[in-house]
Design a protein. Structure first.
Lengths: 249, 175
């Protein structure tokens, strides 16, 4: 066999494996480069602004939570964004030094623009470990859920939807992600879901992911966390996905 | 049309759009490299995107050498793919439409020919030099730079891996 024959056969094989990149890749890259260039250009300004904001917000945070037994402290390195955000929450940055994203330890609602489609589906869930944080990605098809709420808690015991029974995950603390996948069309999204419902990740921080409710478009995903239940969220496009970074202990 | 050295100079001064102009011609080969290493098209695009950001942040390492841009960028992509593979990603099934899972699609494609099957059996780092040299047409010196090895080591790796795909190949036939 000649080199050219080998090259041709090999290229055919690789072609059939790779396919072409999506047309959106170029825009994704350009958009993420622009985003990442902002801290580069205004690094010192962002640093000063973040320090001032963090001092103010941490003060407010402590005053508000001083009588709360379940208060979990924040702080730590920041994750790096990887795609163009559609929207992002307006977090109360805690002690995190990151100008782009800060870990927060209180309940938040992720601001979502009104969904164009009546139903969003959970398409896939992934998790991975990164230096300083563990990441869970919830990928949607057919647009974003109408409502996404995140509620950290002390302990990893949650209430199973339907039965009302307590369910305890691995980990010392927890984070409950509540999503309303449908708007008021009355359609029922939950029957589309057939994936694993309880997954031990083997990661150091985010140790378990469990779907504790999936009924009539209301989905709750509970996270068992070793360490503080502090997190940062981003909503990304192409594909639409909710990215939650769990701060390492 | 702007001269590439000028574009690189502006990128080095912090202009993200100029950097995007520089790497846009490399996105297709970078994606194909990542897709072969990760055998997952969506993950490959994520890896290219992450690698682009990292390249942007490390642009100073290029030291203005435009001739090294391709191998430098592809080596960042390859590293990103290695990192992606090291991370224990797990994926929950598709739910909402009957689109087949990519892994199944790949498996079916792989079984369609012996060469594909053999290629898929190689580990990602073994596939890398083959893709660089035969698929992306990089000369040996550039393959070596991308792999971070000498030219003779790159040649040796290409030959060793090619032999795994076609046992009857000789060195003379390959180079």
């Amino acid at each position: 066999m000649s080199k050219e024959d080998f090259r041709r056969d090999l290229n055919n094989a690789i072609d059939s494996i790779t396919g072409a990149p999506s047309p959106a890749l170029r825009d994704r890259v350009r958009s993420s480069l622009r985003e990442s260039s902002e801290p580069r250009r205004y690094f010192w300004l962002a640093g000063v602004a973040t320090a001032v904001m963090a001092a103010v917000v941490v003060g407010i945070f402590f005053v508000i939570n001083s009588n709360r037994p379940g208060f979990i402290s924040a702080g730590g390195p920041s994750p790096s964004p990887s795609a163009s955000p559609l929207t992002s929450p307006s977090p109360s940055p805690s002690a995190s030094p990151s100008p782009a994203q800060a870990f927060m330890c209180t309940a938040t609602t992720v601001p979502v623009q009104s969904p164009a489609q009546p139903i969003a589906y959970v398409d896939a869930i992934r998790a991975a470990g990164h230096p300083g944080y563990d990441r869970i990605v919830i990928e949607f098809s057919n647009g974003l859920p109408e409502i996404i709420e995140l509620r950290p808690q002390v302990g990893a015991t949650f209430t199973q939807g339907g039965s009302g029974q307590p369910v305890t995950l691995q980990g010392k603390n927890g984070l409950l992600i509540s999503m309303r996948l449908q708007n008021k069309s009355g359609a029922d999204a939950h029957t589309q879901y057939s994936g694993p419902r309880d997954i031990k990740t083997g990661l150091p921080g985010l140790v378990e992911v469990r779907i504790v409710e999936d009924f009539e478009g209301h989905v709750q995903i509970a996270l068992g966390i070793n360490g503080p239940a502090c997190y940062a969220t981003t909503v990304m496009a192409n594909p639409t996905r909710l990215v939650i970074d769990i701060q390492a202990s | 049309m702007q001269q590439r050295p000028q574009v690189l100079a502006r990128a080095s001064e912090g202009d993200a759009d100029s950097f995007a102009v520089l790497i846009e011609p490399l996105l297709d080969p970078a994606y194909r490299l990542a897709a072969v290493m990760l055998t997952d098209r969506s993950a490959a695009e994520d890896a290219v995107q992450e690698a682009s950001i990292k390249a942007w942040r490390k642009l100073g390492q290029l030291r203005g050498e435009l001739g090294s841009l391709r191998s430098w960028f592809l080596s960042i992509v390859a590293n990103e793919c290695r990192m992606a593979r090291r991370q224990r990603w797990w994926s929950v099934v598709k739910l909402s439409d009957p689109r087949p899972q990519e892994t199944n699609e790949w498996a079916e494609q792989a079984s369609s020919s012996d060469l594909k099957s053999a290629l898929m059996r190689l580990n990602p780092d073994e596939r890398l030099p083959l893709v660089l040299h035969f698929y992306l047409d990089l000369p040996l010196e550039e393959v070596a730079r991308t792999l971070g090895v000498s030219s003779s080591a790159a040649k040796s790796r290409i030959y060793r891996t090619a032999k795994k795909l076609r046992a009857d190949l000789t060195l003379e036939e390959l180079f």
